[in-house]
Design a protein around this ligand. Structure first.
Ligand code: SF4
Length: 547
């Protein structure tokens, strides 16, 4: 894995990128398996890019999934196979097929055991990895399970690519907290196809602790590359928190970022000031923005500096006056609320902890503040869901609309309520990891029920996800190493999933629609995520008891 030459940097419509000469440097392709626009909207991706480039002997360049042709780096147009290391940043399961296309088009053999010292080392990190890395285990040489900041120094120190690949992997496993080298673990299956155990090679630990940044103030996360080509056009994103204290039973964020951490007022005000040097638009990011202890102070600083604040999320039952004023001042056109379910019973099952009154009041407050449109997130296919629960999505939407109209009348303008309907996908490390996902036919019926129920309601639109994509997401999210073979077949079939699901000898329903027994060993059980499995099981049983 020797060093390779560089080409002249190319110009792109962005500012803040790092461009270095490649000579005698360790070259790292930070790869995002989706478009430039999606990748550059991801603050974690930007943060890791700058963390790698802090090292004088490292040159890190960004590579995105191309629309067509071979992927090349933004900074110097290098091909993937020109790099010493390819580091994938993984957030979303449905992007995983793009990893294979990128490697293939980039001239890199797909399987880890087909690559030698003449090929780049392929590593991966990001939330997708620390939920369940196993479907990618045959392709990735080493994963980092957890947050990057606390381990990036040790990671870079141990990337001595003059050594044989096996030795580099052994060094990573031995010296980098959270490093997981799949080739050091052999899964063993029972006759019924479930996992019996994950057997580590001698010297490899049985469990791997997810690493996390203990003091988030030590590493503020704020936009450094500004570009118009993101979801957040020329906005400075500031991460205010990690994790979420609410622990809704379907949601990974409430479980896999524990403990919940908020950045301090001082650090966040500094970030805001840094952002204001570039733009008036500041996006506060985090799963629990409305729980941030210093949110009102940030809103007031925003007002004093004429910043336009936006918020990645807020809860219907926790909207302070300052937050609503900030939204209104920012001339926000659409506010988003996430009731998730229509009936109170269903919201109790998922532990959403908001009442219908909270939702109706929030809708009214937002409209009265001058925000004309509402977007409401709902799910179908939740555990124990009945036809009546689905009908309640329709009924609740109508009640919200009634309140919405009354609040809109004095303003003399009636906006639109957009319903976003998603199929529930059971995820690892949540209390619903044992639950079956609804089959495609049932999901389609439920979506149709909601669409028909709201078809003649003026000012309400319904957009539903495609259940087949949710099915594939579930397959990958809860898959084991054998699902890697399905990914490989899908790649050979040029992304034709219907054909792939028909051809594969591995039964996809085994992963997607099967109820797991309480004793089942999961492919991700070897990760110590600081949440006891028994606690999750108790939570699952509590949810089922509300049936
Ligand atoms: S759904 Fe929202 S409130 Fe609930 S745990 Fe997830 S991020 Fe937190």
């Amino acid at each position: 894995m020797g060093k390779r030459g560089s080409k002249a940097p190319s110009s792109v419509r962005e500012s803040g990128a790092v461009r270095k000469n490649w000579r005698n440097r360790l070259s790292i392709a930070l790869a995002f398996p989706n478009s430039y626009q999606v990748g550059m909207s991801n603050l974690g991706f930007q943060t890791v890019y700058h963390l790698f480039n802090r090292f004088g002997h490292v040159v890190c360049e960004r590579v995105f999934s191309p629309v067509q042709g071979a992927p090349e780096s933004v900074e110097s147009k290098q091909a993937l196979n020109a790099f010493d290391v390819i580091a994938f940043s993984l957030s979303f399961e449905n992007d995983y097929p793009n990893i294979l296309s990128m490697l293939h088009a980039g001239g890199v053999p797909l399987r880890s055991d087909k690559r030698d010292a003449s090929h780049p080392l392929v590593i991966a990190g990001g939330v997708g990895c620390f939920m369940n890395p196993e479907p990618l285990a045959i392709f990735i040489d080493a994963f980092i399970l957890g947050e990057a900041e606390p381990v990036i120094d040790q990671l870079v120190e141990n990337l001595d690519l003059e050594k044989p690949k096996e030795q580099v992997l052994a060094d990573l496993a031995a010296n980098v907290p959270g490093a997981y080298v799949p080739s050091f673990y052999q899964p063993e299956y029972k006759e019924d196809g479930t996992l019996l155990s994950m057997n580590p090679d001698p010297g490899a630990p049985e469990t791997i602790e997810r690493v996390y940044l203990k003091d988030v103030d030590q590493a503020p996360a704020v936009t450094k590359i500004y570009t118009e080509d993101t979801t957040f056009d020329n906005t400075c994103l500031v991460e205010v928190s990690r994790g979420c204290p609410h622990g809704c039973r379907f949601c990974t964020v409430g479980y896999i970022y524990r403990p919940v951490r908020f950045r301090s007022e001082k650090v966040l005000l500094d970030c805001l000031d840094q952002g204001l040097e570039h733009t008036k638009k500041i996006g506060l990011m985090g799963a629990a923005v409305s729980d941030l202890p210093c949110l009102d102070e940030l809103c007031r600083r925003g007002e004093a500096t004429e910043a336009i604040l936006s918020f990645s999320s807020f809860r219907a039952n926790n909207m302070s006056e300052d937050l609503v004023k900030s939204l209104a001042r920012g001339k926000v056109k659409t506010a988003t609320l996430a009731p998730e379910a229509g009936s109170q019973r269903m919201r109790d099952v998922i532990k959403k902890h908001i009442t219908e009154q909270d939702i109706l009041d929030a809708a009214q407050i937002l409209v009265e503040a001058g925000i004309p449109n509402l977007k409401l997130y709902f799910m179908v296919g939740l555990p124990t869901e009945t036809k009546e629960d689905v009908e309640e999505i329709v009924a609740l939407t109508k009640r919200i609309k009634h309140r919405f109209l009354k609040a809109s009348q004095p303003i003399g303008r009636i906006g639109t309520i957009h319903i976003s309907l998603n199929s529930f996908v059971p995820k690892p490390f949540t209390p619903f990891q044992w639950a079956p996902m609804d089959d495609l036919k049932t999901l389609k019926q439920k979506i149709k029920q909601v669409k028909n129920g709201l078809a003649r309601v003026a000012n309400v639109t319904v957009a539903a996800d495609v259940p087949r994509w949710a099915f594939i997401q579930a397959l990958i999210a809860r898959g084991d190493r054998r699902v890697g073979e399905i990914l490989e077949l899908a790649h050979k079939n040029n992304g034709n999933w219907p054909q792939t699901l028909k051809q594969t000898p591995v039964n996809p329903d085994f992963y997607v629609t099967r109820q797991r027994s309480p004793e089942e060993v999961f492919p991700w059980d070897f990760i110590d995520n600081r949440t006891r499995k028994q606690f999750l099981l108790n939570e699952y049983n509590r949810a089922l008891a509300l049936d």
